[in-house]
Ligand binder design. Structure first.
Ligand code: HEC
Length: 452
């Protein structure tokens, strides 16, 4: 028996080494930073790992990379960096950042063979990241300068209202959030409230900032005076602007998407998350708005399943202490649709997430699978080309929630019952939500290129 095991190890060892030399087109000892490694890092890492990026150190020069070479090998082989939670064997999206097997192997073998620098002339230019807008020149810029943060040793979650008055109604094709605190803004998710001047006397009324941890949702709405004067709700465009480090705003091709912007309104950053900071500061973040001359020819819509959405969660999202539960939620597509963007959302107890369509004929259409949910990297995933869901397709969403001590992100120790019942969106409450941005299907949609 021992002999067989031994042979097995020898065999796998040989086959691994053979594979390593096989998959690389160049001998491992010829690998250099300037020729082979810098291109990998510039494409996949420096969007965050640069002097004013969100990662704690830069990976641009040979020296930067030399210092971190062992950790780089470790985190890339484990799949921890670059952060991209969606499984690329399940579905593909715009801006996907994943290392190929060959790239991972190159990093490993480069370090193993002495991490040589290589000829200076071969070094590609490091990509440039403009500080203002990534999309162009905005038509309207709104500032979040009412946010004043004392030095704080903890994460802060705020709801911030950014009101505006622009003279006349118009249309918008894109909205972009540009963080002003360098490393400090972790994420934001903003809605747009379009008011009618007949129903709202003054959008600038009310406070600008509410503390998410201290105020419940209803209190925030009151403090910020988000309702119409008669107590009714204004028109709301959900997720009109989002930000997550390392994610570029997506601009759909001309005519697709966009929405109305009333002459008076407000963006509401409903969960802007600031990391701990030892300096007192005023937020210099801004929202750039890009107008469209015409209303969209292909308006987009949102379907929200799960918490706060249009479908029931079964079993209800109440996770007892020391238990792992799987929740499901479903929605049926009433007409042929083209799916553009997906947004899976859970909080700290979430450990995996999966969504797919099941057609009336019983075919499966893969949407997204996140085998290891990571609360920190909640991307909006835009398909490279629209995905058609035929009329009658059932969208099935599955989420697993781990409320045991084995979940390192569990906010409670010892664990206690956590639910989405209050829907406060506080991190320590749970959520199970899936938002799909879609448009009515038209023949040929499958070949529209949304991005790469
Ligand atoms: C979307 C932003 C982003 C991208 C892209 C990214 N990183 Fe990171 N990286 C971070 C952040 C933020 C941290 C800090 C650790 C944390 O907070 O999880 C980090 C940490 C690290 C660490 C330190 C890990 C440790 O345990 O100390 C290494 C090494 C690293 N990244 C390498 C890379 C490499 C190599 C790539 C590209 C192949 C890459 N990163 C791509 C954001 C990014």
């Amino acid at each position: 028996m021992q002999k067989i095991l031994f042979l097995f190890f020898v065999f796998t060892f040989i086959s691994c080494t053979q594979q390593e030399t096989e998959t690389l087109s160049i001998p491992a000892e010829k690998l250099t930073f300037t020729e082979h490694i810098a291109p990998i890092l510039y494409k996949n890492c420096v969007v965050c790992h640069r002097s004013d990026g969100i990662a704690p150190f830069s990976l641009i020069t040979y020296k930067d990379v030399w210092r971190k070479k062992k950790t780089i090998v470790n985190v890339t082989q484990r799949g921890f960096m670059p952060p991209w939670p969606a499984d690329p064997n399940y579905s593909h999206f715009v801006g996907e950042r994943i290392l190929t097997k060959e790239e991972k192997l190159m990093l490993k073998l480069w370090v193993k063979n002495g991490a040589k620098e290589g000829p200076a002339a071969a070094l590609p230019k490091a990509p440039k990241f403009p500080n203002g807008s990534l999309l162009g020149t905005p038509d309207l810029t709104l500032y979040l300068d009412s946010v004043y943060l004392e030095a704080h040793g903890q994460d802060k979650f705020l709801t911030v209202k950014i009101p505006f008055s622009i003279g006349k109604d118009t249309f918008v094709k894109a909205v972009e959030f540009v963080p002003g605190m360098g490393n400090n803004v972790h994420h934001m998710n903003g809605h747009l409230l379009n008011y009618s001047p007949l129903k709202k006397a003054n959008v600038f009324d009310g406070t600008r900032v509410a503390n998410e941890q201290a105020n419940n949702f209803d209190e925030q709405v009151l403090k910020l005076k988000l309702k119409n004067d008669d107590g009714s709700d204004p028109d709301r465009i959900h997720s009109a602007v989002n930000y997550l480090p390392g994610v570029y705003p997506v601009l759909y091709p001309a005519g697709i998407g966009g929405f109305k912007l009333s002459k008076i309104g407000a963006f509401v950053a409903s969960d802007i998350h600031y990391g701990p900071s030892h300096k007192t500061m005023i937020d210099k973040s801004r929202i750039n708005v890009f107008y469209a001359a015409k209303p969209p020819t292909r308006p987009t819509f949102e379907l929200m399943l799960g918490t706060n959405g249009q479908s029931e969660i079964i079993p209800p999202l109440v996770v007892p202490p020391n238990r792992i539960i799987t929740c499901r939620t479903k929605g049926i597509v009433p007409d042929d649709i083209s799916v553009l963007t997906l947004n899976p959302h859970m909080h700290l107890l979430g450990t995996s997430f999966k969504a797919f369509g099941l057609t009336e004929q019983g075919d499966t259409i893969k949407l997204i699978s996140i085998p290891r949910w990571d609360f920190r990297w909640q991307y909006f995933y835009t398909f490279q080309k629209p995905v058609k869901l035929p009329k009658g397709t059932t969208i099935i969403v599955e989420g697993v929630f781990d409320n045991t001590v084995n979940n390192p992100n569990n906010p409670n120790n010892p664990p206690k019952t956590v639910s989405d019942k209050r829907a406060t969106m506080k991190t320590s409450d749970e959520m199970f939500q899936f938002i799909i941005t879609w448009m009515p299907y038209k023949a040929g949609d499958e070949s529209i290129i949304l991005g790469k």
